[in-house]
Design a protein around this ligand. Structure first.
Ligand code: UDP
Length: 414
C-alpha cells in the first residue's frame, strides 16, 4: 500500500473576502460537472518544498466541492532519492548522466511503488503525478481507466538530453501535462493535452495567515533574531539552484553600508533531497564566524509560524535562485506585503512584475544593490510590497489553482 497523507478538512467558503469572488463562483460552477469524481495526487514527500506545501492545502478543497481526493506518497530509500535528485537536476539542465545501476534503482523502486498502487485497488478517475520521482507509475501500474496527468514543477526548458531520453518514453502514457511557464515545455513532448499555469499559495494556512506584529516579533526573538535590527531573509531548501552562497555574498557587500543588518537563511531539509545536507554544511561553514547571519532549519523547530514571522517582519525577502520552477516563497512574502529581491529565472518574474513586488536581479552585485536600495527607500519598498500583494491575490491564491485543475479535469473527462 502507498502511504496516505492525513489531510485536514477545509472549506472554500472561508476564502470569501480573501480570494477574488469571481474565482470562487467559477469554482462552485465547475465543480458541479465533476461531483463524485475521484482523484489522486501522487508525490514523493509529505513535507519540505513546494509540492507538499501545495498539496496539503489543495487536496482538502476538492473534498469540500464533492470531488473525492486523496494524496499518497511513493516509498523510497536514500539511494532512490539520490537518483531522483540527480534526475531533478538533469531535467533542469545539470550535466552528467545516470549510470546503468542508477537507472536500475529508479526503475526497480518505481516497480515496487506501482505494485503498491495496484494493491490499493482504488478506482481513480484522475491521477496527478508530481515531478519526476513517481513519473514512471503511469506506465508500470497498467491502469488505463484513469486519466494520468503529469504536473511538472521544475524548469524543464533545457533538459540534459540523457535524462530527457530516459523519461520521455514514460510520458507516452500520460493524457495531460502541466507546466508553470510556456518555455518550460520540453522539446517534442509526447502528450496530447498540455496546460500552462502557475502554482499557488494558501492565504489561510498557518504560514500565510496574518500574524500580528507583536506576535511576529516575539516569535523572531525566540529564535534569536534581534528585532530592533534590520533583517533580510531567504527561505529555501538548501539547494545550489537556490544560491544560498550567492545570498551570503550579496549580504556581505551590503553590510558595510548597513552595519547592523542581519541575514536569516532558513531552509528545511526534505526527505527526498539528500543533497540538502552538504549544501547546509557548506552554508554553515561559510557563515559560522558571523553572529548576524542566522542559519535556521526545521530541525531546530523553525516551522510554518516562524517562516510566517520572518516573511512578515523582514525588511526585504530575497530569492536569489539560479533556476526556479515557480518559487512559492516569493508569493508568500508578497502576500505579507514584504518586498522581494528575486533572481530573474523561472517563475519569479511572473510574480515580480514591473513596479510591483520588488526587483529582479541577475548577479550577486545586482542583488546587493537591490537589497541596499530597498533598505534605504522604505516607502518605495512598502509600495512595491503592497502592489505585489494585490498581484498575488489576483493570480496566485489556491482557489485559482484548483479552478485550473478542474478545467483540465473537465476537458479530459469529455
Ligand atoms: N519552506 C519552509 N521552510 C523552510 C524552507 C522552505 O516551510 O525552511 C517552504 C516555503 O515556505 C515554501 C516551500 O517550502 O512554501 C518551498 O517552495 P518553493 O516553490 O519556493 O521551492 P521548492 O522547494 O519547491 O523548490
Amino acid at each position: 500500500m502507498l502511504d496516505v497523507v492525513d489531510i485536514g478538512k477545509r472549506s472554500l467558503a472561508t476564502y470569501r473576502g480573501v480570494a477574488p469572488d469571481e474565482q470562487l463562483d467559477a469554482l462552485f460552477r465547475s465543480a458541479e460537472r465533476l461531483r463524485g469524481a475521484r482523484c489522486l495526487h501522487l508525490s514523493a514527500t509529505p513535507y519540505g518544498g513546494g509540492v507538499s506545501e501545495i498539496l496539503r492545502s489543495l487536496v482538502p478543497l476538492y473534498n469540500d466541492l464533492g470531488i473525492v481526493a486523496d494524496w499518497k506518497l511513493i516509498h523510497g530509500d536514500d539511494t532512490f532519492f539520490q537518483v531522483t535528485k540527480r534526475i531533478h537536476n538533469g531535467l533542469q539542465g545539470a550535466p552528467g548522466a545516470l549510470t546503468e545501476s542508477e537507472k536500475a534503482i529508479y526503475l526497480a523502486n518505481s516497480q515496487l511503488n506501482a505494485r503498491r498502487l495496484i494493491a490499493d485497488s482504488e478506482d481513480y478517475d484522475f491521477i496527478f503525478v508530481h515531478d519526476p520521482q513517481p513519473l514512471v507509475l503511469a506506465s508500470l501500474s497498467g491502469n488505463r481507466d484513469a486519466r494520468w496527468i503529469w504536473r511538472c514543477h521544475i524548469d524543464t526548458s533545457r533538459p540534459n538530453p540523457s535524462f530527457w531520453e530516459l523519461l520521455a518514453p514514460y510520458l507516452l502514457d500520460y493524457d495531460a501535462a502541466i507546466f508553470t511557464l510556456q518555455e518550460f515545455i520540453p522539446p517534442a513532448l509526447p502528450i496530447e493535452h498540455v496546460r500552462v499555469y502557475a502554482p499557488a499559495i494558501d492565504p489561510l494556512s498557518p504560514k500565510n495567515h496574518p500574524l500580528p506584529q507583536p506576535l511576529a516579533r516575539d516569535v523572531l526573538e525566540w529564535i534569536g533574531i534581534r528585532t530592533h535590527r534590520p533583517l533580510v531573509t531567504q527561505v529555501s531548501r538548501f539547494d545550489r539552484w537556490k544560491d544560498p552562497m550567492g545570498v551570503v555574498r550579496a549580504y556581505q557587500r551590503v553590510r558595510p553600508h548597513v552595519p547592523d543588518l542581519q541575514l536569516a537563511l532558513v531552509g528545511s531539509l526534505a526527505m527526498d533531497d539528500p543533497e540538502g545536507w552538504d549544501c547546509y554544511e557548506e552554508v554553515r561553514a561559510a557563515t559560522a564566524h558571523d553572529s548576524l547571519i542566522h542559519v535556521l532549519t526545521n530541525l531546530v523547530g523553525v516551522g510554518n509560524i516562524e517562516v510566517n514571522a520572518l516573511q512578515t517582519y523582514s525588511d526585504v525577502v530575497v530569492q536569489k535562485s539560479l533556476r526556479e520552477g515557480f518559487g512559492l516563497v516569493v508569493s508568500e512574502a508578497l502576500w505579507k506585503g514584504t518586498p522581494v529581491v528575486g533572481g530573474r529565472v523561472g517563475g519569479i518574474p511572473l510574480q515580480l512584475r514591473e513596479d510591483s513586488g520588488g526587483i529582479l536581479v541577475d548577479s550577486v552585485e545586482e542583488c546587493a544593490e537591490a537589497m541596499l536600495h530597498l533598505l534605504r527607500q522604505p516607502e518605495e519598498a512598502r509600495l512595491l510590497g503592497e502592489r505585489g500583494r494585490e498581484h498575488v491575490r489576483q493570480h496566485f491564491l489556491m482557489p485559482r489553482l484548483l479552478l485550473d485543475h478542474l478545467h483540465l479535469m473537465d476537458t479530459l473527462s469529455s
